[in-house]
Structures are given as structure tokens and as C-alpha cells.
Design a protein around this ligand. Structure first.
Ligand code: TYD
Length: 211
């Protein structure tokens, strides 16, 4: 079982992914919680390059290929081996982040990105994707508050530094893409309390996993 979490900055997906891991472990599932970028050994280096404030001049194509390189390595060295061991794999961001940020956000054809994703992952598609949706202003406020208190998050702020307009494009891109992939992507309102959001995630999971 492969589950991914998606959403704009500050939507609460990392908190929910952790909560889900703990819940499933209590139900005796063996769970791997991972993330992109940076889920593999090579990915740790790629993450630093991708999110550093020093790399503001990176071209959109360079950015795209670095995310795909990170993903390919992640799938082949971390995700697939864990799925083979029958683990539930939860990834904080995956293929849809690239379609939305590099596609809808940076104006590269989302269909081209979809094909490149297939190449990078050998067509490994999540069984379920949770999209936590909320207004951009609320997400960014949360992300900025987090960055003030956290040195690593501050240094990784290249995307948080993008304009409100960019993030609005991202939110809308996610909703458009989710509507095109209704069987896989479940949209949940991230404005609700963490407990309420979590209950809705469990509801979405119930059709797919014995919990
Ligand atoms: P991260 O610190 O993990 O942010 P968040 O907590 O919001 O997940 O940073 C990941 C950033 O990288 C985020 O701004 C989205 C961006 N991103 C892409 O642009 N394309 C991608 O394919 C992925 C995986 C992430």
C-alpha cells in the first residue's frame, strides 16, 4: 500500500503523515514514512540544492530534472524495496508535486511532466493521495511562523519566498489535477482542526485498507 500526501506550504501534511504512521503502527502495520525531496541518501544532497536560498537563479528545467532525479533514486532505493517487504509506505509529496509546482506553477506542460514522472518511477503510482486544501494566506502564515522558529526551515525557504500569486497558482493547479484524477486523489479541507482532518483521512483510507 502506497499513500502520498500533497498540498501547499503549511497545509499540515507532515503532521498528518506522522499521525497516520503512528495510527497504522498501532494496528500492527509496518510503516515507512518518507518524503520528497530528500528521501534517499543522494536525495539529501539534492534537497539542499533544490531548497537553498542561494540557488534563486536555477532554471525551471534544471529544477524539474533535479526533482525527477531525486524521485527516481527514492523510488528505486527506498520505496520499492519497502513495498516489496509489504510495508505501508507514506510519502510526504510525490509525483503530483512536480506536476503542480513545475507544471502549473512554472508553466511547463503538465502532460509532459506526467510522462517524465512515469519514466522516473517506472510507473509506480500511489494507491491513494490525500490533498490537504486550504487558502494560500493561511498556509503561508503557518509556514512563515514555522520558519521563524526553525533554522533549517529558514534556510530551505526558496519556495516560501515565492509570491502570493505563485502559491495561488499552486493551489488552483492542485485542485485542477485532483479533479482529473478523482479515483486516486482525495481532497480534504485542511482548515479544519488536525483531529477532524485526521478522521477524514481515515475515512478515505477505509475503502482501501483494513483498519
Ligand atoms: P519542504 O520543506 O518539504 O516543504 P513542505 O513542508 O511544504 O513539503 O519543501 C519542498 C518544496 O519543494 C515545496 O515548496 C514544494 C517543492 N517541490 C517541487 O517544487 N516539486 C516537487 O516535485 C517536489 C517533490 C517538491
Amino acid at each position: 500500500m502506497f499513500i502520498t500526501f500533497e498540498g501547499i506550504e503549511g497545509c499540515g501534511k507532515s503532521t498528518q503523515a506522522k499521525k497516520l504512521k503512528e495510527f497504522l503502527e498501532q494496528k500492527n502495520y509496518s510503516v515507512l514514512l518518507t518524503r520528497e525531496p530528500g528521501g534517499s541518501k543522494l536525495g539529501t544532497t539534492l534537497r539542499k540544492i533544490l531548497l537553498s536560498m542561494e540557488n534563486q537563479d536555477i532554471t525551471k528545467e534544471t529544477e524539474l530534472f533535479l526533482y525527477l532525479a531525486d524521485r527516481s533514486q527514492h523510488v528505486h532505493t527506498i520505496i520499492k524495496p519497502a513495498l516489496k517487504e509489504n510495508k505501508v509506505v507514506i510519502s510526504d509529496r510525490y509525483i503530483d508535486s512536480t506536476v503542480v509546482y513545475q507544471g502549473y506553477g512554472r508553466d511547463i506542460d503538465p502532460n509532459v511532466i506526467h510522462l517524465l514522472n512515469e519514466l522516473a518511477t517506472n510507473k509506480l503510482c500511489p494507491d491513494l493521495t490525500i490533498l490537504l486544501d486550504l487558502p494560500v494566506e493561511i498556509g503561508l502564515k503557518r509556514a512563515l511562523a514555522r520558519n521563524l522558529n526553525n533554522k533549517t526551515a529558514r534556510e530551505e525557504g526558496r519556495f516560501e519566498a515565492e509570491s502570493l500569486e505563485f502559491h495561488t497558482k499552486i493551489r488552483e493547479g492542485y485542485l485542477t489535477w485532483a479533479a482529473l484524477n478523482k479515483d486516486r486523489i482525495v481532497v480534504i479541507n485542511g482548515e479544519n482542526s488536525p483531529e477532524q482532518v485526521f478522521q477524514e483521512i481515515l475515512l478515505a483510507l477505509k475503502n482501501r485498507l483494513e483498519i
